[in-house]
Design a protein around this ligand. Structure first.
Ligand code: PRP
Length: 181
């Protein structure tokens, strides 16, 4: 068995479980967009770069991929509450079928910001997809495709980071509290 990184408390979701769930989400999207025509997948950097790449390669629905880069956590584990737009889309999305792809919805601030910003650009349709979601009482944004619910601990891997580290772990793991507190 490979030794865990010393910052890691335990693995919460294995690589195989993630890959299986990504396939299931791709199949759901394929079913939903069967008669719709091409889709634009918008991956949200940095965290969603791995999920977006895997999801894109599993979709049979014709689609293009674009990216936006947003940040609200900086190098901490507490959301600043203010979402910063760092990089915008290359092309307009007016009259296109759009799916926003996030790695995680935690407070929901980022997805809410994205939803209202992208709706303002008048796409033909807009759906949201996130691989991971923290348990929250209320979210003011609809989540159409959700991979896994996560407990309220800081997690890393599969694109998710702590101060820009651990993003490339193939699994989702809880970080030891002493690393971030
Ligand atoms: C993370 C994650 C989501 C957002 C979710 O991004 O990738 O975009 O936080 O948190 P929220 O629901 O509380 O808004 P972060 O700001 O850490 O930037 P990064 O993706 O570049 O790491």
């Amino acid at each position: 068995m490979t030794e865990l990184h010393p910052d890691i408390e335990r693995i919460l979701i294995s690589e195989a479980e993630i890959q299986k769930r990504v396939e299931e989400i791709a199949a759901e999207i394929d079913r939903d967009y069967k008669n719709t025509g091409p889709v634009v997948l918008i991956g949200i950097l940095k965290g969603a770069f791995i999920f977006t790449a895997d999801l894109s390669r599993k979709l049979t629905t014709p689609h293009s991929v674009d990216f936006m880069s947003l940040s609200s956590y900086g190098d901490t584990t507490i959301s600043t509450g203010a979402v910063r737009l760092i990089l915008d889309l290359r092309k307009p999305i007016t009259n296109q079928h759009v799916i926003v792809v996030e790695d995680i919805v935690d407070s929901g601030n980022t997805m809410s910001y994205l939803y209202s910003t992208l709706m303002g650009r008048q796409p033909a349709s807009l759906r949201t997809c996130t691989l991971f979601k923290k348990k929250r009482d209320s979210l003011d944004v609809p989540l159409d495709y959700v991979g896994f619910d996560l407990p309220d601990v800081w997690v890393v891997g599969y694109g998710l980071d702590y101060a820009d580290t651990h993003r490339t772990l193939p699994y989702i793991a809880a970080l030891k509290k002493e690393v971030y507190s």
